[in-house]
Design a protein around this ligand. Structure first.
Ligand code: SAM
Ligand code: SF4
Length: 461
């Protein structure tokens, strides 16, 4: 395991992933990387929908998410703006059906249940919200959050994801959390009563002063009370956060890479032993209680992002039939709100994804899943060249296969058990091979017909 971003927790939940390579702003001229034909992403008539609630009661010492601690919140204005932006983006997209909804944050359990109900109602008015679609709410396990759970369920929430982080009260204080372990246990129990089988807990390891033994004990304790889904977060020291400064000044120490690698290994073993099947780098489920919404991200399906700083990936109507865009909404809530009031949405940035960028996402996200990328899945995004053509050739990727970290076979491409823990360190090698192949094919094609023909369909913006 290399680096503290091994688990890319931001990718897992926040949909913050952007291609690690050059980003092309919508105003820029297509670069030499755009040599390839645009591909039509599959199923552009359906998408998941993410809603970002940007407010928190206080700042956790480790967190650099897009969140704000306001003096007061205008719930009615937020509600109207979230509804308006949902409506606008649904109309702008070619999406007909919403497959899942995720209310994340910030602390969306601070929102009024009526806001959740209103957004769901807007979705139903402008698209088909699949019957029984997973609708998740992130919950901070404070007494205030817990008292509203019933109302959230009545509003349409059918899955709860609880930010437990730790069952150790001293650690919760160091992390700046506004709840205790007792609050967490009560919230889990109430959530399980309301949404049996559909409760997830977030737990964090690599915390200051933590040892492998204390982590194993804590995880065992948590597994005695939790439901069928667990998300593991490795603590990332984010520059600019209070925790980062405390560690830099030597006031706190965090476990080194060897220790966090051992923590991850032991957590995987403990969870598997207790019946939780790992299905993604950081996610484990019992009895098939996987997160459908997050699986959508890892399968590179379309999603619409609503709310301050939300990210989306979808084919807008204006782009014709086949151009998926990476979209980001304005970060700051007040600015976001005034833009939504003025224009109906606050999309700050649109990046049309070319074939290479789309395949990079399919690869990076797909390899996070234990099942990896199947041949059928890859073919949806790359009908002409299969996984063997990209990754079966002699070279560095083949060496990863020979070392037993990566598997390419009849099922597709995936990490081995050991490889999954080293995914971050393998990605540069895989991405280079992907890019080399795409560029080589682009050049071959350019020799047959002039590049201008390949850009047919790319819309000027
Ligand atoms: C951003 S929070 C939003 C949900 C909720 N506010 C909470 O804190 O539980 C989603 C998850 O990201 C985790 N997270 C935030 N910053 C992190 C960091 N620096 N390292 C690891 N996990 C982090 C949180 O602890 C939480 O489990
Ligand atoms: S409650 Fe969640 S989003 Fe808010 S500061 Fe803490 S970790 Fe970040």
């Amino acid at each position: 395991m290399k680096g503290s971003r091994q688990f890319c927790w931001s990718v897992v939940k926040r949909t913050l992933y952007v291609s690690p390579k050059t980003q092309v702003d919508t105003s820029t001229v297509p670069s030499s990387r755009d040599t390839s034909v645009l591909v039509s992403p599959p199923q552009s008539d359906e998408a998941a929908l993410y809603v970002h609630w940007p407010y928190c009661l206080r700042r956790c010492s480790y967190c650099n998410f897009n969140k704000y601690i306001p003096r007061s919140v205008s719930h009615s204005a937020m509600r109207e703006c979230l509804q308006k932006e949902t409506e606008t983006l649904l109309n702008l997209s070619q999406v007909f059906r919403i497959t899942s909804v995720f209310f994340g944050g910030g602390t969306p359990s601070l929102a009024q249940p009526a806001t959740i109900a209103a957004v769901l109602e807007t979705i139903s008015q402008h698209a088909q919200l699949s019957k029984g679609a997973e609708v998740t709410l992130e919950v901070n396990p404070t007494p205030a959050g817990m008292s509203k759970l019933k109302d959230f369920v009545q509003a349409g929430i059918n899955r709860l994801s609880i930010g437990v982080q730790s069952l150790n009260d001293e650690d919760l204080t160091v992390l700046g959390r506004d709840h205790s372990s007792q609050h967490a246990l009560h919230t889990i129990s109430e959530a399980r009563r309301l949404c049996p089988g559909r409760v997830s807990v977030d737990v964090m390891f690599g915390r200051p002063g933590q040892s492998v033994a204390s982590w194993e004990k804590e995880l065992e304790e948590l597994l005695c009370v939790c439901d069928d889904h667990v998300s593991l977060y490795q603590l990332t020291l984010e520059r600019g956060t209070q925790l980062f400064k405390q560690v830099e000044r030597g006031e706190l120490t965090v476990p080194g890479e060897d220790i966090t690698a051992a923590m991850y290994r032991s957590a995987r073993e403990v969870l598997e032993k207790r019946g939780y099947r790992q299905y993604e780098v950081s996610n484990f489920a019992r009895g098939g209680a996987v997160s459908e919404h997050n699986l959508g991200y890892w399968r590179a399906q379309q999603y619409i992002g609503v709310g301050p700083g939300a990210h989306g990936r979808f084919v807008p109507l204006s782009a014709g039939a086949d151009q998926r865009e990476a979209r980001t909404q304005t970060l700051e809530p007040d600015v976001w709100m005034s833009e939504v009031q003025k224009s109906g949405h606050a999309t700050r940035r649109r990046l049309p994804l070319n074939r290479l960028e789309l395949l990079e996402e399919v690869l990076v996200m797909g390899l996070r899943m234990v099942d990896g990328i199947t041949h059928q899945h890859w073919e949806m995004f790359s009908p002409s060249d299969d996984l063997h053509a990209f990754f079966g050739q002699p070279g560095d990727v083949q060496e990863l296969q020979q070392r037993g970290l990566l598997i390419l076979d009849d099922r597709g491409l995936r990490c081995s058990w050991e490889g999954l823990a080293l995914l971050d360190s393998m990605l540069p090698t895989l991405l280079v091979q992907l890019e080399t192949h795409v560029l080589r094919k682009g050049q071959q094609r350019n020799q047959i017909c002039p590049p201008s023909q390949h850009r047919e369909g790319r819309q000027a913006r």
